[in-house]
Design a protein around this ligand. Structure first.
Ligand code: RIB
Length: 309
């Protein structure tokens, strides 16, 4: 069915919470204690960061998630609203989500997440009048896999009822019902996640054609596979092509680069750009974000992106 063109608004359903960032010269091995050289706190979550990336591109954004009845939950709402985002946060009895992020000198990171209240967001919550109404008014729905499977499935079902295309960032790539992929407009895994979804072993190095075939079998119509400093593999209309990575300076922290990519990509699509053009803009935004520390704080605004362009 042909959708009527809405107002370029994006809905993001996902995890919002607090994160502790620590810098170390190497990651701990099992049983090892390491000393970290810095500590700072920043609100985050893939959905939270992606909503911020969308809003910083000048696109009207609504974020839907669940938080606990605690200070971190209150701060999530305050910070989202400061960014101009409509925050629909359902309160749960579990604490607000919390992540511990270790960054290494070469800009790589590890992330451990306690989902808490975020995974308690339910399909029933999405049916609340104020939430359903916000989603119904959107041009795109952006999802990640930091929700419960029940909520993820309900999000897809609602998007289908309301004829809203879904951009799905399957991160992390585990426990995703495979039938969901056919319901996506675009999927945006990173290279490791794409291998898991497509069923390749860790030791395999699939070619562009291998990905094309495997994702087609999953029912994926369009995909952008992010590959860090190698760029992104765009799969569209049965063809695969590379979008080059953009180096905007020395990479110091890659945390949130994928979120920056996803939020910018979806914002650009909502502004009417074609997928390839949107992916190129997203690659620049991600390239800028890795030159700054943190996740949400490293996401560029539309002005910064334009200045680069
Ligand atoms: O993608 C990075 C994000 O994943 C962090 O902000 C952290 O909160 C985790 O959910």
């Amino acid at each position: 069915m042909e959708r009527s063109r809405k107002k370029g608004k994006v809905a993001v359903i996902g995890l919002a919470g607090q994160s502790a960032f620590m810098a170390a010269d190497h990651f701990p091995a099992p049983g090892e204690t390491i000393a970290c050289s810095s500590l700072f706190f920043e609100l985050g979550g893939k959905g939270y960061n992606q909503a911020i990336a969308c809003a910083r591109m000048g696109v009207k954004t609504v974020f839907i998630g669940a938080v606990g009845d605690d200070t971190n939950g209150v701060e999530c709402k305050t910070e989202l609203e400061k960014e101009g985002i409509t925050a629909c946060l359902v309160k749960k009895t579990e604490p607000t989500a919390y992540a511990v992020i270790t960054t290494r000198a070469d800009s790589e990171n590890t992330v451990s997440v306690y989902s808490g209240a975020a995974k308690k967001l339910s399909g029933e919550d999405l049916q609340r009048e104020e939430i359903r109404k916000e989603i119904a008014d959107c041009e795109y729905l952006l999802l990640q896999n930091e929700l419960s499977t029940e909520c993820l499935e309900a999000s897809f079902a609602l998007a289908s009822q309301l004829h809203i295309p879904v951009i799905f960032n399957p991160a992390p790539a585990d426990h995703i019902p495979p039938e969901l992929f056919a319901g996506c407009e675009v999927i945006t895994p990173n290279y490791g996640e794409a291998k898991v979804l497509a069923g390749f072993a860790e030791s395999e190095e699939p070619s562009e054609q291998d990905f094309l075939e495997a994702l087609r079998k999953l029912g994926v119509k369009q995909a952008v596979i992010t590959m860090g400093c190698k760029g992104a593999l765009l799969i569209d209309g049965g063809k695969a092509s590379m979008i080059p990575a953009v180096s905007c300076g020395t990479a110091i922290d890659t945390t949130g680069a994928g979120d920056t990519f996803n939020g910018t990509l979806t914002a650009a699509l909502a502004l009417g750009k074609r997928l390839e053009e949107a992916a190129k803009l997203a690659a620049i935004a991600a390239g800028i974000s890795v030159t700054r520390r943190g996740a949400a704080g490293s996401i560029p605004t539309a002005d910064e992106l334009n200045a680069y362009l």
